[in-house]
Write a protein that binds this ligand. Structure first.
Ligand SMILES: [Zn+2]
Ligand SMILES: [Zn+2]
Ligand SMILES: [Zn+2]
Length: 318
């Protein structure tokens, strides 16, 4: 399906507005044994786990959502269950009846043995030189792990993995396992930018209705002699008072807009000294940036939904 048609789909519209209004940022699945990974936020809109996955896949194919590998689900080749455990087995006889020990090296005397053999009553004591081990990486080092097979007695450091189905009790290896990808999803950058552009137009109209003269993008001269560009520069004269508002819109490349954006904006605001400065962040600003905005007298608006942004602006301007 083409992107334009997808946007017309009612469920897609609900999904996108929910995405922005609830600051979903990233959609994580939850795991349950019956449905494997499922996406409850999306199921609310499209109905069931299967169609939720299908829905996300379609939006990803259309470039509206980007996906990132989150986990791999191991499935029993016999019964299909995902109630599967991992066994670390003896490479010689294949038994999973294996004892795992951490190794410790006493730095002073160079003695290496299992942690167990260093354990005194409540402290670590070297069985060779009988000195007490106090600090890790100073007195002693962790020297890896060591396994001993309780069945055949072989010791080894790398066990061979196999899987056990808790439902049908089948034991199977990686070769036979069914292995399925699970993803997390987030809005692709260009979709967020599109939402941003749409919002810039709405804000422009809103400010014009309030009697502002709006430039987008607009320039404002600074004390330094430099001109600074903002996404929106709005000027209005009421009687003899002239007021200037600047607005920047920022979209996050990860979950939240970086605080660097605030710092960069402050440089422009400080020099050009508008009456009010607003930063609109999609979908939100990282925590450290929020403290900066209040210190720098930049009013922060985190994008809830389009109406909300405009209403918030309205309350702050008038
Ligand atoms: Zn099974
Ligand atoms: Zn063995
Ligand atoms: Zn020692």
């Amino acid at each position: 399906m083409r992107r334009a048609e997808i946007y017309k789909n009612h469920k897609v519209q609900i999904f996108l507005s929910k995405f922005i209004s609830q600051n979903l940022g990233t959609i994580y699945p939850i795991f349950d044994l019956n449905h494997r990974y499922r996406y409850p936020d999306v199921e609310e809109i499209v109905g069931n786990p299967k169609s939720a996955k299908e829905f996300l896949k379609n939006l990803n194919n259309a470039g509206i959502l980007k996906k990132e590998l989150y986990d791999k689900v191991i499935q029993c080749p016999k019964c299909g269950s995902v109630n599967v455990s991992m066994h670390y087995c003896c490479p010689k006889c294949g038994s999973f009846n294996v004892k795992k020990a951490s190794l410790i090296e006493h730095i002073k005397c160079g003695y290496i043995d299992s942690e167990e053999s260093f354990r005194g009553s409540d402290k670590l004591v070297c069985p060779k030189c009988l000195r007490e081990l106090m600090k890790v990486n100073v007195d002693y080092m962790k020297a890896g792990v060591w396994c001993i097979c309780n069945k055949c007695g072989k010791s080894f450091d790398t066990p061979s993995p196999s899987h056990f189905c808790r439902d049908c009790h089948r034991i199977f290896t990686f070769d036979e396992a069914l292995y399925e990808d699970a993803y997390i999803y987030s809005l692709s950058k260009d979709v967020m930018q599109k939402v941003c552009r749409g919002l810039t137009n709405i804000i422009t109209m809103f400010l014009q209705n309030l009697g502002f003269e709006v430039e987008s993008p607009g320039l404002l001269d600074g004390k330094s002699g430099l001109s600074h560009m903002f996404d929106i520069v709005a000027r209005r004269c009421v009687g003899a008072t002239r007021s200037v508002i600047v607005i920047d819109l920022a979209t996050a490349s990860e979950d939240a807009v970086s605080q660097d954006f605030v710092t960069a904006m402050f440089g422009k605001v400080y020099d050009s000294a508008p009456n009010k400065a607003f930063l609109i962040a999609f979908p939100k600003l990282e925590e450290s940036g929020k403290k900066l905005t209040s210190r720098y007298s930049i009013s922060l608006i985190e994008a809830k939904d389009r109406d909300d942004v405009v209403n918030t602006l309205k309350a702050l301007i008038t």
